[in-house]
Design a protein around this ligand. Sequence first.
Ligand code: NAD
Length: 489
Amino acid sequence: MTTPPTAIIDSEAVTGAGRPIPVVDPANEEVIAEINEAEDELVDRAVLSARAAFERGDWRCMSVEDRQKVLRACADAIDAAADEIADIECSNTGIPYSAIRNGQIVRSANNFRFFADYIGQMVSELYEQESDYLTFVRREPKGVAGLISPWNSPLALGSMKVVSAIAFGNSCVLKPAEHAPLGLTRLIEVIQGAGLPPGVVNLVNGYGASTGDRLVRHPDIDCISFTGGTRTGRAIMAAAGEHLKPSIMELGGKSANIVFDDADFEQALDGALIGIFSNNGQQCLAGSRILVQRGIAKDFIEAMVERTRKVRVGDPRDPATEIGPLANRNHYNHVMSFVPEGLDNDARVLVGGERAPGFDKGFYFSPTVAEVDSNSHRLCQEEIFGPFASLMVFDTDEEAYRIANESRFGLVGYAWSRSIERIMAAQERISAGTIWCNTPMMRDLHAPFGGVRESGVGAEGGRSAEMFYTLQKTVSIPRRPLKLRKLGA
Ligand code: NAD
């Protein structure tokens, strides 16, 4: 059993004396680490370290070229430690090793490279409406960012938050999720050696209601970026609002995946399976409501059930595994609680809906598809956040859009059709922050990623991050000496 640091402050690992947080391997339920929670005093120290780094200015005022070099060195450091971080992350999250090693870690390093490139391309505004003046708008870093990340994709999401904040000259304090802190804590340790001045990236481990809340409310935190559940987001936004702190909220989803009757059947089927079962089904952007047009519904449902039955559930370290265990016991119980919902008069579990056979230990849940008759059913309205698809049949395109938009969430929409008219209509009619047309899960880091309604406020991504993590400062300078009025002359 390891004892990872409670915090990373001023580039140093710190072990606190707070209550121990047991960290469990979801594949075998063994406690693999214990972390002492960061108590108020350590949170305060981390924030003050970030504040001091910001005031000192060695990062904020560093030339763009030098900052780019450091961000690229962070990416290289992540690459160099990739095997080690992947190993830790696999034990802590149950996500298949190959998806971590070849997906999330590569993405984490690329997040740093992307923002290194981005800051080299930033442009500023210049106005010349008044002939005697040049008025320009500078973008300055906001200050100290409080970053709170979830357990479902700790590395990709946590690294995105950190680099989005620091690329523009801010410093930050990151709080990983208490259930899955190990990989991200190690990643933050690893990048400290890449040339970041002390205090630019700090980390505190702990529970949300204590460590997280202290961080959000700290007067020296200038802005908050949160990814997690909608209920938590509401509480954090209220706390941030009390202190008038700007915040980005990346929250839950219950996204519609519309398969029209003229879709490329195989592509749509593959896309639907990827959309719901990737990352052990624990994805905000999952296509968790699959809407199939009646003409192809029978064949599509049969094929979906057949393929779902064959999805390989297993040890996340086995290269053949496609779905590992759910992340923790509470979450396993949450996903299980939806099974009876799939057995009432309006819903039928077609495959899965049980503990995955063959496992005595671990939070293994069978990939599940339920056919549901009404979109008002709980299976269609609540975020299950597991490998559990709700499938509905529709007749007309209008009906599909109505069902897609009948949701308190609005993170993503998927549409499958060979007709360009239908695709163009779908991307307009589905109310969500991102629409994937004839593809599952495509993420271009330039583009904003954020939700509407209860899926969030604000967005991450190149330009969106620039807008959020920088302040606009307007500067006016006369082109030549002015003839000012001589008051009192
Ligand atoms: P969660 O809301 O339980 O926790 C997220 C983080 O918030 C954790 O670090 C937790 O410790 C912290 N936290 C909890 N209460 C807090 C408080 N009062 N003050 C400060 N911090 C607090 O979410 P989760 O269960 O870890 O993650 C799953 C959820 O995240 C799902 O709803 C999923 O859809 C969502 N998610 C959204 C996106 C997106 O980009 N929109 C991406 C991934 C996950």
